[in-house]
Write a protein that binds this ligand. Structure first.
Ligand code: ADP
Ligand code: MG
Length: 398
């Protein structure tokens, strides 16, 4: 992972202008940021560029204004929260290119930081228009991308700019690429993948890619039902994509050929209704009644999966094993997450996880700090798990 430049490759930047693509697409309520994870993530990059004397211009999209200005989606709204997290004054520039930006740079001193207006106010952003990117680049000397979470999009501020200016990965981008690369590109074997969540259809490409990469494929969540049904198990009223039986079969065949062991649950937790505290039974997969719903893996299956992890050196996890938002159907996810966390802390396992609900599930299990790396990148993380080259990352490689 040394085929892109990082901040280590930069010397003194006094008076130079650094465009830094960050992810300020943060959740907000009543004018305040409700989760500042993404802001904290880019702080080291901004601090280091500022220390080197650069004038730092932050670029980001916010919401979906569709190429038009929108008073409710101005990045001016996040300035106060960014100031709080970065512990410094931040200027706001109500444009992304042109004279207004040039004039603002004229009054900024070395080391100062400004946020430029929402990149998606301009149609050139999502069109990755070369002239739009050139207009942004005209005010700057270097480009730093610190937004892995936006790197699956080939937009002007995530991809186009990298072709116009000397380009560098920011610290958060660098850490994410190193962690993900250690988990799948160049992992220490044996490697286990946990894939769970609601539906096979949303993760077909993930499954297909992983089968050729990992030694153990652990399938949980609603998608396990589709695989069980394909194997002839009656899954009752469970969430199940019966029309994907052939697909599930061919994934299992491909795994066989690649020497990848697929793990399906042999005991499951079922209930007649899907609500918190619903009466639940743990049964063998062959005992599911017509009016039962499978909502979690059973304790025996979960323990056996823990034993599989004990033989592995690397784990990549996407998707909860059960309907974890609705206790008691969180138990398998919590138990396996804690096993993985303990193995990571013991030093025997490198563990990487990602996905919107997965991040929430691991937080619910209390293991957020104990995994090697947890990606909050959502769509970009999934595309990476599908084995796709992300345009924003590819452009940094030059
Ligand atoms: P991620 O966001 O991490 O990629 P997904 O969106 O694919 O994960 O899946 C998460 C959802 O899957 C959760 O809302 C969870 O309740 C649901 N789920 C997991 N197991 C089951 C199940 N057995 N039946 C129904 N829903 C399930
Ligand atoms: Mg999800």
């Amino acid at each position: 992972m040394t085929d892109f430049k990082t901040l280590d490759d930069l010397g003194d930047l006094t008076g130079k202008v650094a465009l830094v693509r960050v992810d300020l697409n943060v959740p907000m309520q009543d004018g305040a940021v409700t989760d500042d994870t993404r802001i904290r993530a880019f702080r080291p990059t901004v601090d280091q560029l500022s220390q080197k004397g650069a004038k730092v211009l932050l670029l980001s999209h916010f919401g979906r204004p569709g190429g038009r200005k929108s008073s409710t989606l101005s990045l001016s709204m996040v300035v106060g929260d960014v100031e709080k997290v970065l512990g410094r004054e931040i200027m706001f520039v109500p444009e992304i290119a042109g004279d207004i930006v040039a004039q603002s740079l004229g009054i900024m001193r070395a080391g100062e930081v400004a946020i430029l207006e929402n990149s998606r106010f301009y149609p050139g952003e999502e069109a990755n228009d070369a002239d739009f990117a050139k207009a942004i680049a005209a005010n700057a000397d270097i480009y730093v991308n610190d937004a892995f979470s936006a790197a699956h999009r080939a937009h002007a501020t995530t991809e186009g700019l990298a072709h116009l200016l000397p380009s560098y990965a920011g610290r958060a981008m660098e850490a994410e690429l190193k962690a993900l690369s250690a988990a799948l590109d160049n992992p220490v074997h044996p490697v286990a993948a946990v894939v769970g969540g609601a539906k096979v259809s949303s993760k077909l490409d993930v499954l297909t890619h992983l089968v050729g990469k990992v030694d153990h494929l652990i399938i949980g969540g609603g998608m396990a039902n589709t695989f069980l049904a394909a194997r002839g198990v009656d899954v009752g009223k469970s969430l199940c994509e019966h029309d994907l039986a052939d697909t599930a079969e061919s994934i299992m065949d491909a795994a066989d050929k690649a020497g990848c062991t697929v793990h399906l649950p042999y005991d499951v937790v079922v209930a007649k209704e899907f609500k918190t505290g619903a009466p639940a039974r743990t049964i063998n997969v062959h005992e599911v009644a017509a009016d039962d719903m499978i909502l979690d893996l059973g304790a025996s299956a979960t323990e056996a999966l823990g034993d599989v992890l004990k033989t592995c050196r690397t784990l990549v996890w996407n998707g909860p094993l059960g309907a974890f938002e609705t206790p008691p159907f969180d138990e398998a996810t919590v138990a396996l997450a804690r096993t993985a966390a303990a193995l990571t802390q013991d030093g025997s396992l490198t563990s990487v996880a990602g996905g919107g609900d997965t991040v929430a599930a691991l937080a619910h299990a209390g293991v957020t700090e104990d995994f090697s790396y947890i990606s909050t990148a959502g769509g970009a993380f999934l595309e990476w798990m599908e084995g796709k080259e992300l345009p924003g990352v590819a452009a940094l490689r030059g």
